[in-house]
Structures are given as C-alpha cells and as structure tokens.
Write a protein that binds this ligand. Structure first.
Ligand code: CA
Ligand code: CA
Length: 148
C-alpha cells in the first residue's frame, strides 16, 4: 500500500504545502496517491479528478497531482479555468520537476516543491480572496488496495 511510503511527517509536509499554497490563491490543489496505474496516468488522473469532485470549484481552478508509486507514473492536471490561463510549458515544467524527484524516490520533496510552484503560478491568475473558503480538502487522497 502506497500510504506506507509516506510517514506521518511526510504527509503533514504535503498537507502544509497545500495549505500555504492556497493562502496565496483561490486555486485548490489536491494530491492523490495509489500504488498502481494501468494505462495512461493522464487518463487515470482525469478519472480521479472527477471522483474527487474537483470540478466543483467556483472558478474552475482545481489542480490535481496524481502519483502511482509502484508503477512510477504520475500526471498533473488543472481544471478549465486554469487551462485558459497557463500554457503547456507550465505543465511541462511541473512534470520535469516531479520527474526529477520521483525518479530518485523523493516523493514528498517532489510533491511539496511542485505544490509551491503551482501556488506561485496560480496566484498570478487567481487572487486569494479575503472571503476564501477551502473548497477542496487539503488532505491527501490515498487509493488502491489496503491491508488495513
Ligand atoms: Ca480556497
Ligand atoms: Ca484546499
């Protein structure tokens, strides 16, 4: 089970990164982690995005980082509000950053760095509102088989 790869401290770091990023922007970031991904990670990420109801943000500015730890596949996707604002180059930069760390097994470091970068980017387009709400939970979503 992939959750075991993340210590309580790792998980806290990731959640804290999301919280800090979301203090800069109205955009909402989530992380989904599971062991295996059959097929294309982008397709799976789109399915997870829907399962987690991530399309429900008011400004269509949810971002999902998807990671399959055993299969070493990942994807990062944003809702259409973001797609209208950022270019492919941004997603490619994020993918490179994630790949650099994931290939070394540095899952938590890669995720936290990518989350910060997403926050920096989103704040240029989606300003933090004083009445901001946490539209999507910052908790990590763990999928896949559990022995528990
Ligand atoms: Ca928010
Ligand atoms: Ca959130």
């Amino acid at each position: 089970m992939s959750k075991e790869l993340f210590s309580v401290e790792d998980q806290a770091q990731i959640i804290e990164a999301i919280k800090l990023a979301e203090m800069q922007t109205s955009g909402e970031i989530r992380v989904h982690i599971e062991p295996n991904c059959e097929g294309e990670p982008m397709d799976r990420a789109l399915a997870v995005f829907a399962e987690l109801n991530m399309h429900t943000t008011a400004q269509k500015n949810g971002v999902l980082i998807y990671l399959a730890t055993s299969d070493k596949k990942f994807a990062i996707i944003g809702d259409k509000g973001i797609h209208e604002k950022v270019h492919d180059s941004f997603w490619n930069e994020e993918k490179e950053l994630l790949n650099e760390h994931f290939s070394k097994g540095e899952f938590t470091l890669g995720l936290t760095k990518a989350i910060y970068k997403v926050g920096e980017k989103l704040k240029l387009h989606f300003l933090y509102q004083s009445d901001d709400t946490d539209e999507l939970t910052n908790d990590i979503s763990f999928g896949g088989k559990s022995d528990a």
